[in-house]
Ligand binder design. Structure first.
Ligand code: HEC
Length: 160
């Protein structure tokens, strides 16, 4: 009799465990039917290096707090666009890593006729990645998950 109870308790525990695990899986972020790959943690040293580079190379246009230029969605008189913000309110997190690194190194000209200067002569790819890590440190969990999903599933895409 005692063994039967032990068995029942064991079954119940197993059932609860399965229910909990399944609950966990279904709460995974899914975009377009494809689950987002696990989000890697940001490397604090990389973020710190990126912060220094950002302050000296990018903040003059994109803002000290990544806030971008005022009315960044409105074209300027010459038809070019102001520098957009890089925080959640902008669209940096709508693009995969590869594309962002390319914009940082080559500028906005080759990709979409923009005025953003390229930095390939001043920084290497690892430094561009450090700046990107710094930008990511401002994003919310959802933005980061979405951007990581894009990076894993649609590298190079300009469409988001
Ligand atoms: C002289 C001003 C200027 C500087 C300096 C500058 N940018 Fe930009 N950036 C722009 C403008 C303007 C755009 C809008 C697109 C275009 O016109 O090319 C832009 C667009 C971008 C974009 C694409 C839009 C987006 O959010 O996805 C990224 C990424 C970016 N900049 C990152 C950087 C980084 C990182 C630095 C520093 C290494 C930097 N920019 C320095 C002006 C600047």
């Amino acid at each position: 009799m005692r063994n039967l109870w032990a068995y029942l308790v064991y079954c119940l525990a197993l059932l609860l465990l399965t229910a909990c695990t399944t609950g966990g899986v279904s709460s995974t972020v899914v975009f377009n039917g494809t689950p987002a790959p696990p989000l890697p943690d940001l490397d604090p040293n990389q973020v710190k290096n990126g912060a220094e580079l950002y302050a000296s190379l990018c903040s003059a246009c994109h803002g000290e707090k990544l806030e971008g230029q005022p009315n960044w969605k409105e074209p300027l008189p010459d038809g070019s666009l102001p520098a957009p913000p890089h925080d959640n309110s902008g669209h940096t997190w709508h693009h995969p890593d590869d594309l962002l690194i390319e914009i940082i190194l080559q500028g906005g000209g080759p990709l979409y006729g923009g005025t953003m200067p390229g930095f390939a002569e001043q920084i290497d790819r690892a430094q561009a990645e450090a700046i990107l890590a710094y930008l990511k440190s401002f994003w919310g969990e959802e933005e980061r998950r979405f951007q990581w999903w894009l990076t894993a599933t649609q590298p190079g895409s300009l469409d988001n």
